[in-house]
Design a protein around this ligand. Structure first.
Ligand SMILES: Nc1ncnc2c1ncn2[C@@H]1O[C@H](COP(=O)(O)OP(=O)(O)O)[C@@H](O)[C@H]1O
Ligand SMILES: O=C(O)c1ccc[n+]([C@@H]2O[C@H](COP(=O)([O-])O)[C@@H](O)[C@H]2O)c1
Length: 201
């Protein structure tokens, strides 16, 4: 059995979930661990000097719990899939590749997680598209007025520069391109890697 850990990072509303869901549907024996599911309770997320809740930092996330999930997959991907109600497909020969798709806006900023990736993709879109997409999304709690300009975008720039100082092996993807175009490029790249792991190329 072989494993492949794929990171789908990027700016908020860049298209991470869309890409990850597509990959999961297309790649056998794959599953997703999403960083969004690990936000701490609103009551413990502190407020900054401008009165904005500090959601866009690693401190707002239960990274310890997220790592436990990833380690649990690594220990036994077959059981992990079963526990999630997915049906693992075994091949007759023992070269099945299990693929973990980890998606989230700060996945490459957390060193212990960043170290585990075999492939890193990062979706980027410009400021105005990001602001527009974000304005039609409702988070819990919802963004207060001025949150994007006063907090989210400045934090994106900060987190991105921190990420770039930590790792250079990132494939940047243009999230302005039609979804199908983005999806097919990444899918083909991963298929090539799976073939390589299986000794087929
Ligand atoms: N390539 C794309 N072109 C146009 N809209 C997109 C594209 N990818 C995603 N979207 C849209 O942008 C919004 C955010 O996408 P989503 O995948 O949830 O982003 P993220 O997980 O990065 O926050 C959704 O409405 C989605 O349909
Ligand atoms: O999911 C939540 O509990 C949640 C609560 C408040 C805010 N968020 C926002 O979620 C954003 C990251 O998710 P995403 O999918 O937009 O990349 C980040 O910019 C946060 O500001 C998310």
């Amino acid at each position: 059995m072989k494993t492949l850990v794929v990171g789908v990072g990027g700016v908020t509303n860049g298209g991470k979930s869309t890409l990850s869901q597509f990959l999961h549907l297309k790649i056998r024996n794959s599953c997703i661990v999403a960083q969004d599911s690990h936000f701490k309770d609103d009551r413990v997320v502190p407020v900054d000097s401008n009165g904005f809740k500090q959601y866009d930092t690693l401190d707002a996330l239960h990274m310890d719990k997220m790592m436990i999930e990833v380690y649990s997959w690594r220990r036994d991907p077959h059981s992990f899939l079963r526990q999630r109600g997915l049906k693992p497909k075994d091949s007759p020969v023992d070269n099945e590749v299990y693929v973990l798709i980890v998606e989230g806006f700060l996945i490459f900023n957390h060193r212990p997680l960043n170290e585990l990736f075999d492939r890193r993709y990062f979706l980027e879109i410009p400021y105005d598209t990001c602001k527009k997409r974000r304005s039609s999304r409702v988070y819990s709690p919802p963004d207060p007025p001025g949150y994007f300009d006063g907090y989210v975008w400045p934090m994106y720039l900060k987190n991105r520069s921190e990420m770039e100082s930590m790792t250079s092996e990132i494939v940047y993807l243009d999230g302005l391109k039609p979804k199908e175009e983005v999806l097919v490029v990444v899918y083909e790249d991963i298929c090539q890697e799976i073939d390589r792991l299986q000794g087929l190329s």
